[in-house]
Ligand binder design. Structure first.
Ligand code: GDP
Ligand code: MG
Length: 679
């Protein structure tokens, strides 16, 4: 094989489930490339990735770490993405900006389904990827069944590029399917070549044929030759391979054990050979033309030492210090390696670099010298809808002002995080993708912004209404304690209205028994009462009619009539058979259809009324189950949903209506409301 000329910088994202070994793999790639001399480990907490205190304390990646290194005269930037499903937004935002992805996973067929959201995203956005099956040192399951389970989740055929060499129940190396060569792993070094064992020959030829057939599926010449038994040469197979990978038509599967460096050197060589260069990727996304510098923001960081940093992918053109992007001067162009930030004087197409202090620039933005280029569809990433929330407030009252500033920064760093004051409960709500996601945000608020927060369960905005009418209820306010007295006297009819009608006030005073100017005051008193009814909640769906009353020429006043109105309500409402109303949401739960029956049980168990289920649009093998679910049951729905569906289930929901709540549940809500008041 002829050596290719050195190409420009290329970038690769490491993605895959939590704990599959991505951060370990990054460390070992850096070591294999000679970029670091001492390898860190997750256990010792000294890897290049995961350098933030939140990551170290949890032993998991909480945000993207980047590392740039040289390998054989070529520059690679690796983005080590967090694997937790709750931190998915980070990975999606970054994936659109890389030349290829490495899906790092363990050979566990049962857990393959957890990778559906990522694989689907790679397919929709036509991003080249290869699979690195890690932890082959723990030979617990069957590689073939895993690969076929994974293959069912992507439109692209998966092709085993290596077969494991098993000696004495251990994977000690691999057979290269294209080269027909066998390699035995040598610790941390390039492997040694040995003869392909006799027993593996048949398997090797079979896998090789499968691979060629997969390639022939979209290459008619190759197909014809295969039909005529004209088997192509190694060079031809190799070239086909490369083009097919870069065009996102096939996904190679490599194996190894990152922790011991096994298969890592081979992976590095594959990346060098197979990952498309900038010109190919930029053409794929349609940003390869013109002399302009065009870039995209993949991630925003707020660092302690250098302030805001926008990690960008340069699609085309060159970028120098002092240039302008979207009308803003670029203050500094930097290389980020873990926590280290180093200034660069220039960068070019294919580079991933961090720009300092670009105010007003957000993750996902397309930046260009003329500021007029908008994102092509393939580069647009949807922001995930929030599915979990905490009510938050500053631990100390003096920090209230700092609160919104810190939350603003957190939200800038992570688009799937949001906060707002709830209009009805007046709580400040921090929303995101799950409990871990929000806990990480809270830990950051505490450490990075010195803002300790306390959390609470979000309150449900219960309401109440009445079921029976009453008439001519009197409210009489009279005070005569020397000087100017107070006098107001009203009679009200109160009656329930249909759900959703709100509050109505009518005036049926005849003969001026309550003078005109006092009527709005009565209405105000009634409305003030309705802010908190007999059960302790805002009252809705009722009509109140002022039917009679009396006044005093000297002592009557607006205030006296407001009080009279409120008194009449206080007397009348408890006689109207008040009832609690709880908000009910329409929810759509999305799961692989093998889980559909569990979800129906889950929703029924949460007082849900299931309205049906159907195939989820655009998601092969998935269902969407629809139901009406009380709001209080949506709060931690995602936690149980994930535990029932290997982490992949999700839902969306919207307010539908208020519904009567009676019995023990209602009593508990009212009791809790009363306790809160007296506490
Ligand atoms: N047995 C074994 N364990 C590994 C291997 N690679 C990583 N690990 C371990 O798997 C755990 C998760 O690794 P990490 O790199 O943090 O995974 P990430 O969440 O994908 O970044 C750590 O305890 C690693 O030591 C491997 O090749 N073999
Ligand atoms: Mg990690």
């Amino acid at each position: 094989m002829a050596n290719k000329p050195a190409s420009g910088p290329r970038s690769i994202a490491l993605i895959g489930p939590y704990s599959s070994g991505k951060t370990t793999l990054l460390e070992n790639l850096l070591s294999a490339a000679g970029a670091i001399s001492r390898k860190g480990t997750i256990k010792e907490g000294n890897t290049v990735g995961d350098s933030s205190p939140e990551a170290r304390s949890r032993n998991m990646s909480v945000e993207i770490s980047t590392a740039t290194f040289e390998f054989g005269r070529e520059t690679f930037t690796i983005l080590d993405c967090p694997g937790s499903i709750e931190l998915l937004q980070e990975s999606l935002d970054a994936l659109v900006g890389v030349d290829a992805a490495v899906v790092v996973c363990e050979a566990d067929a049962d857990r393959a389904v957890a990778m559906t959201p990522l694989l689907r995203f790679l397919d929709v956005h036509k991003i080249p990827f290869l699979v690195f099956v890690n932890k082959m040192d723990r030979l617990t399951t069957d590689l073939n069944s895993f690969v076929s389970a994974l293959g069912g989740l992507t439109q692209r055929p998966l092709a085993l590029r290596q077969l494991p060499l098993v000696e004495a129940d251990e994977v000690t190396g691999y057979v290269d399917v294209i080269h027909r060569r066998c390699h035995r792993y040598a610790s941390d070094e390039e492997s040694t070549t040995i003869d392909v064992p006799e027993g593996m020959q048949a398997d090797l030829e079979g896998t090789r044929t499968e691979l060629l057939e997969a390639l022939a599926d979209f290459d008619d010449t190759l197909l014809e030759r295969l039909l005529e038994d004209d088997i192509p040469s190694l060079e031809e197979a190799y070239e086909n391979w490369n083009g097919a990978f870069g065009a996102a038509k096939i996904a190679p599967v490599l194996i190894g054990a990152a922790e011991s460096g096994h298969g890592v050197h081979r992976l590095l060589k594959s990346l060098r050979h197979d990952v498309p260069e900038n010109s190919v990727t930029a053409a794929r996304v349609g940003l390869d033309k013109g002399a302009e510098c065009v870039a995209q923001v993949l991630k925003t960081y707020h660092t302690a030492s250098s302030g805001k940093m926008s990690l960008i992918r340069i699609w085309c053109g060159a970028l120098r210090d002092g240039a302008s992007l979207n009308g803003q001067r670029v203050a500094s162009v930097n290389r980020m390696v873990g926590q280290e930030i180093n200034k660069l004087s220039e960068s070019r197409g294919g580079d991933i670099v961090a720009l300092g202090r670009m105010d007003g620039v957000k993750t996902g933005d397309i930046l260009s010298t003329n500021g007029e280029i908008s994102a092509p569809d393939v580069l647009k990433v949807e922001v995930l809808a929030p599915i979990y929330a905490f009510a938050v407030k500053a631990e100390s009252r003096q920090d209230e002002v700092k609160l919104s500033d810190a939350l603003q920064k957190l939200v800038e760093e992570d688009r799937s995080l949001s906060f707002e004051a709830d209009a009805e409960t007046h709580q400040m709500l921090l929303r995101g993708q799950g409990e871990i996601h929000l806990q990480i945000a809270l830990a950051r608020a505490r450490t990075k912004y010195s803002l300790p927060l306390v959390t609470d369960r979000p309150a449900v905005p219960y309401k109440e209404t009445i079921r029976k009418p009453v008439s001519r209820i009197q409210g009489r306010h009279k005070k005569q304690s020397g000087g100017h007295g107070q006098f107001g006297d009203v009679f009200l009819d109160i009656k329930p209205l249909p759900r959703g009608s709100g509050f109505e006030f009518h005036d049926k005073i005849a003969g001026g028994v309550v003078p005109k100017q006092y009527i709005p005051a009565v209405q105000n008193g009634v409305a003030a009462y309705c802010e908190r009814g007999p059960l302790g909640f805002p009252v809705v769906d009722l009509a109140v009619t002022l039917v009679f009353g009396s006044y005093h020429a000297v002592d009557s006043s607006e205030l006296a009539f407001t009080t009279a109105g409120r008194l009449a309500m206080g007397t009348g409402m408890p006689q109207c058979s008040p009832v609690l109303l709880e908000p009910v949401y329409t929810v759509h739960v999305h799961v692989p259809n093998e889980f559909t029956p569990y979800i129906q049980r889950l929703l029924s168990g949460r007082r849900g009324q299931i309205s049906g289920f159907e195939a989820r649009e655009g998601w092969q093998g998935w269902d969407s189950v629809s139901a009406q679910l009380p709001q209080v049951e949506t709060h931690d729905l995602i936690i149980e949903l994930r535990s029932l569906t290997r982490g992949v289930g999700s839902f969306d929901c919207e307010f539908d209506r208020l519904q009567e709540l009676t019995g023990k549940l209602a009593e508990d809500v009212v009791a809790a409301r009363t306790t809160k008041d007296t506490a």
